[in-house]
Design a protein around this ligand. Structure first.
Ligand code: ADP
Ligand code: MG
Length: 722
């Protein structure tokens, strides 16, 4: 079977995701491979597909026992015989599995690394044919990363003990180059094909939100977004988790808690209820998430600040594994930042580690305060190439929040701290500035200070908020004592002197919070599926999942159901065209789902040939049609790329995407119009020949400075290279 047939018949997909093909072909040619792809990038398929096509059994080493069952369930649903060996098995079950493996019943075996070099297992592998050893989450072998698993270091020993060394493949989503190098060496990969694709997750919408009333924001958000779908709300403490869950339930929102202090049965049950879509929201501390592969998490909201950028990327990244549009929203409050700083200060870390943690936290603080593209801010942190100044899909690119100049306020507060010789905390400073007649203030004679009462017009909470903001931005240092004292920092002086201005993001007005628009330029299923049918299909899926004791997404992903509710497949041929449906799934569920669809059409007197033409066209987002049309009209006027970008207020890259979309819809685009110098094209094509198409950066790097990413993209599109 060729790889495209396998992809379609088994997995139900028509195309490979970025990076998959090269790794799969490499494996099938007998070469070691190392794949670095972001979460949701589709790493599993890179070893699952070759595993089916090759002779023998593939051994997959995976660190997370909790995921093995889901993975095996998913594979069995697709008709791939698979199993796992880990500590959850009884001796009897273990022995039966060994027998079945020997009898060649399976194509894929998941195993925990601790089990590899055990006597029983080493004995078993002598008598079976191993087609490949696949190492998932390969970064666990590195001591530098946060997921280090000592037993991963045992993997090379296992591989070397095999009589015939099988092909070895490794996969990770780790973002650092050092770790990638380490994986190669420590695993002993032999001249591997390495494919690294970027860390961007284009389907994630990033936003930082500052509101006075976080709870109200949350309720509004949950009312208006992804009502039928699930998400995580992260809180800093167990206490907040508990109280927030209660408040949400009071408001009629289906929610459960998850944190390390709960008894393990309840915790497990809550987790399962979330994964199996029995509840909508899980409110959790950062204890939740590792080993959760739920693909259809539509939002991750941080009710409190996470501890640093790395943690944020990890936690927020749990949204949208299935590639569908999802939200990552951080509710910002300076008070939370101050708490995080405290935690670092009062810990017993080494000086070196403390500095590192501070830097990492400061990065997150800058993320909260910046008015520039949030996606780029994240990518920069991980050393990614930035190809566009704006992504057009984050809170900052879509609506600039107002920046307020708080230099004067900062100067008043800083000089007050200076006048009291850095002896008091935030409460006293606030009272002095407000001109309080409190007993202690008068006793200490603080009413004689020149800064006494100079900020009368502010409310106390407002003043505190500004102080916390200045602490967060490092203009003030707050000691980590029982009674924290405010002190000046090296950054304070330039502010006092008037050399540096201080800006701060304005709080969002309550009404503005949720009116952000979502402008995705990706090929998502347009949100024009029949929602009533979708609901019925979900119900059927839920019932089937209950019967089988698996999570609903193991049967079909939401995107698959949405496609059904868009194209109304009513026979085998049409059904198999839907994304995510292979032969086995059709066999198991095709009839049930087709029956629902047919029945739905009958009940509603719908004629689908008509629906497709009329309804779908009609309900196509007017806004998005306009967007592409408008761009196309500018194109027709003969404007240059930059001119169109300027008029349309998008980046040139987005304009290219719009025009690509227009072309797909049947309009003509003469790309050569955008190439000012024919010699450029030749140079670019040559460069592509040299370094391939996988990533743009290497192409750009070997070309002269004046050739832009846009030039490269246009040449690729014009020559239909992808
Ligand atoms: P990773 O391990 O890289 O985080 P997964 O292997 O869990 O990602 O895959 C993420 C999602 O992408 C899954 O829902 C999977 O079904 C889907 N997927 C994988 N390959 C393809 C493909 N070629 N086309 C469409 N969807 C795919
Ligand atoms: Mg994975």
């Amino acid at each position: 079977m060729d790889i495209y047939k396998g992809l379609k018949n088994i997995f139900g997909f028509n195309e490979f995701k970025k990076g998959q093909k090269i790794l799969i072909e490499g494996t099938l040619e007998g070469k070691d491979v190392l794949g670095v792809m972001p979460t949701g990038g589709g790493k599993s398929l890179c070893y699952q597909l070759p595993a089916v096509l090759m002779e023998g059994i593939t051994i997959v080493i995976s660190p997370l026992i909790s995921l093995m069952k889901d993975q095996v369930d998913s594979l069995e649903e697709m008709g791939i015989p698979a199993t796992f060996i880990n500590s959850t098995l009884s001796d009897r079950e273990f022995n039966i599995r060994l027998q079945d493996i020997k009898a060649k019943k399976y194509k894929i075996l998941y195993i925990a690394p601790e089990r590899l070099n055990t006597y029983l297992f080493l004995n078993l592998v002598k008598s079976i044919h191993i087609s490949m050893v696949a190492v998932d989450e390969a970064h666990c072998i590195s001591q530098w990363g946060h997921d280090f698993r000592p037993s991963y270091l045992e993997i090379p020993k296992f591989i070397n003990s095999l009589d015939n060394r099988p092909v070895v493949s490794a996969y990770t989503a780790t973002a650092t180059r050092e770790i990638v190098e380490e994986i190669k060496t420590l695993l002993g990969l032999r001249d591997p094909i390495v494919s690294i694709i970027g860390f961007d997750r284009p389907n994630l919408f990033y936003q930082v939100i500052k509101v006075r009333d976080k709870f109200k924001y949350l309720i509004d958000y949950l009312e208006e977004n992804f009502r039928e779908e699930s998400g995580i709300i992260y809180c800093a403490t167990r206490k907040t988790v508990g109280s927030l869950t209660e408040k949400l339930i009071e408001k009629g929102i289906s929610a459960v808690s998850y944190h390390g202090g709960m008894d393990s049965n309840t915790r497990q049950k809550n987790q399962d209820d979330f994964i199996y879509n029995k509840v909508r929201v899980i409110v959790a501390t950062n204890a939740f998430g590792l080993g959760i592969d739920k693909p259809d998490i539509r939002f991750v909201i941080h009710y409190n600040m996470p501890k640093n950028m790395e943690a944020y990327y990890q936690e927020a990244g749990r949204a949208g594994r299935d590639g569908e549009a999802s939200d990552c929203i951080l509710l910002y409050s300076p008070g939370d930042i101050v708490k995080q700083k405290f935690l670092i200060q009062s810990s017993t870390f080494s000086q070196e580690r403390e500095t590192m943690l501070y830097k990492n936290l400061q990065y997150l603080i800058d993320y909260c305060n910046t008015n520039k593209c949030l996606r780029n801010s994240i990518l920069k942190y991980f050393g990614e190439e930035i190809e566009d100044e704006k992504c057009d899909n984050c809170g900052n690119c879509l609506s600039q929040s107002e920046m307020v100049d708080i230099t004067i306020e900062a100067q008043k507060i800083l000089s007050c701290i200076y006048r009291v010789r850095e002896r008091y905390g935030a409460t006293m400073i606030t009272q002095i500035l407000k001109g309080s007649k409190g007993k202690r203030i008068l006793e200490l004679g603080l009413d004689n200070l020149s800064t006494y009462g100079i900020m009368k017009e502010y409310t106390e909470p407002a003043l505190k908020e500004i102080i916390m903001t200045l602490v967060a931005m490092d203009y003030i240092h707050m000691t980590a004592d029982k009674y924290p004292v405010l002190k000046l920092t090296s950054a304070s002086i330039p502010v006092l002197k008037g050399d540096v201005k201080v800006y701060h993001k304005k709080e969002l007005l309550e009404s503005k919070q949720i009116t952000r628009k979502r402008t995705l330029d990706l090929e998502y299923i347009d949100e024009n599926y029949d929602t009533k049918l979708f609901a019925e299909l979900r119900e059927l899926r839920y019932r089937l999942a209950q019967q089988k004791g698996v999570a609903p997404f193991i049967i079909f992903h939401d995107s698959t159901l949405k496609e059904m509710a868009t194209y109304f497949p009513k026979d085998k041929e049409e059904f198999l065209r839907i994304k995510g449906i292979g032969l086995k799934k059709y066999e198991n569920y095709g009839e049930d789902f087709i029956n629902i669809i047919r029945d739905y059409l009958d009940r509603n007197n719908m004629d689908i040939s008509n629906i497709k033409r009329v309804e779908i066209e009609k309900s196509l987002k007017v806004e998005s049609i306009d967007r592409y049309e408008e761009t196309y009209n500018c194109y027709l006027e003969g404007l240059s790329l930059e001119e169109i970008a300027k008029i349309r207020n998008f980046t040139p890259n987005t304009i290219i995407k719009h025009l690509e979309r227009c072309e797909k819809r049947g309009k003509t685009v003469d790309w050569s119009r955008f190439i000012d110098d024919p010699a450029k094209e030749e140079k670019i094509l040559k460069a592509i020949d040299q370094v391939g198409l996988e990533r743009l950066r290497p192409i750009k790097e070997i070309l002269p400075e004046e050739i832009s990413y846009e030039d490269i993209r246009i040449i690729i599109i014009k020559n239909r290279l992808k």
